[in-house]
Design a protein around this ligand. Structure first.
Ligand code: BGC
Ligand code: CA
Length: 354
């Protein structure tokens, strides 16, 4: 096991200038000091999840496991992946990060519970000289810039909102009579929001509606509430709204698929011709089934597998002391963005295996 000891790997024995070109220099320093030699040993990746009890995140964890095995076969290197479930507690996640560092993990991948905790984790990783890849829950730019070994892998939340809004806009343009059930020329909607403060909740909520209004369609918000990405909470919200607004709801915008499926649960036996149009984000397996069944009008594919692949490619490059820009496409120095794609019944077939 390769241990990063304070004596040879802490910032105190790196000249300050070295911090600007971390990966290559770190590798060189490690080799010189004799405490590296990572290429001969196994790569140890510590992945901290905000909670494994999240459909999208647990699928990503499975992707990571599968892709690690694939990378082992391709590179001939041993790669050990530790996965920790933060159970939605930032203090639990802090302890998990400490344990990863104490175990000598070479790269940390962190899906923050609380996005504002990024700086503390960044400092812990820097003190041990361990590169850090945040994913899915995006820290503010200043935290990413805290030192050179920090990266973010994710997808542009604004893009997902725009694509979701355009799904609705296209449906309106193609079949306005069906959508505008009260015939007032205005689109009445409800919004199921993810966790408050999450970049994807804020930006999907804003940009989905903006895409519709930019397309020249007037909207009226009947209600919006958080359901914390959660199917059961969304079903409860939707049940309340159905009591309150009944057939008055023309569209349900949902910040993710699990909550869209909750809205579908709440509709239960309501005859299909009285259902509102429902749209989600993620393209999880159950959501694709709901699209196939005509319950979910469409969703926006959130490429968790592509994000997991980028994290492993980054981890390998950083561990090998290679330029990460050769392994992944980096934007603004430290960001890897995976594109979103719209999914409807028409192009569904291309997504089943993702
Ligand atoms: C996904 C959600 C997920 C959340 C977790 C989002 O990108 O769309 O389904 O619950 O990330 O942070
Ligand atoms: Ca209307």
């Amino acid at each position: 096991m390769r241990r990063k000891t304070k004596s040879c790997c802490s910032p105190s024995c790196r000249p300050p200038a070295a911090r600007r070109a971390l990966p290559a220099l770190l590798a060189a320093l490690l080799a010189l000091s004799g405490c590296g030699g990572g290429k001969e040993d196994s790569l140890r990746i510590g992945a901290a999840l905000y909670t494994q009890d999240d459909t999208f995140i647990s699928a990503m964890a499975q992707d990571l496991e599968g892709l690690v095995r694939e990378a082992e076969r391709e590179t001939g290197k041993k790669i050990t992946l530790f996965i920790a479930d933060g159970k939605s507690s930032q203090s639990t996640q802090m302890n998990q990060v400490d344990r990863f560092l104490a175990r000598g993990c070479d790269v940390l991948c962190v899906n923050l519970v609380d996005r504002t905790a990024a700086a503390v984790i960044a400092d812990k990783a820097e003190a041990e000289g361990v590169p850090l890849v945040f994913f899915n829950r995006q820290p503010v730019a200043e935290d990413i810039q805290r030192w050179d070994g920090i990266y973010y892998v994710g997808a542009d939340a604004r893009e997902s909102g725009e694509l979701q809004g355009r799904l609705v806009l296209d449906a309106w343009r193609a079949g306005r009579e069906a959508l505008d059930r009260n015939g007032d020329g205005i689109l009445q909607y409800v919004m199921l929001e993810g966790e408050p403060g999450h970049q994807d909740s804020l930006l999907r909520t804003e940009y989905s509606i903006k895409a519709v209004t930019d397309g020249g369609v007037e909207v009226e918000k009947l209600a919006n509430e958080t359901a914390n990405w959660n199917r059961a909470q969304a079903a409860a919200r939707m049940a309340q709204w159905l009591e309150e607004f009944g057939d008055g709801i023309e569209v349900v915008f949902s910040n993710n698929d699990d909550m869209a499926l909750g809205a579908i649960d709440a509709l239960g036996d309501t005859p299909r011709d009285r259902w509102p149009l429902i749209v989600g984000v993620d393209a999880t397996a159950p959501a694709l089934e709901a699209v196939a069944a005509g319950q979910l009008y469409g969703t926006v594919h959130n490429d968790g597998q592509g994000q997991a692949q980028a994290m492993i490619d980054l981890a390998l490059a950083l561990w090998n002391g290679e330029d990460p820009a050769q392994a992944v496409e980096l934007a603004e120095g430290n960001y890897v963005w995976l594109p979103y794609r719209q999914v409807t019944l028409e192009n569904l077939d291309g997504f089943w295996e993702d």
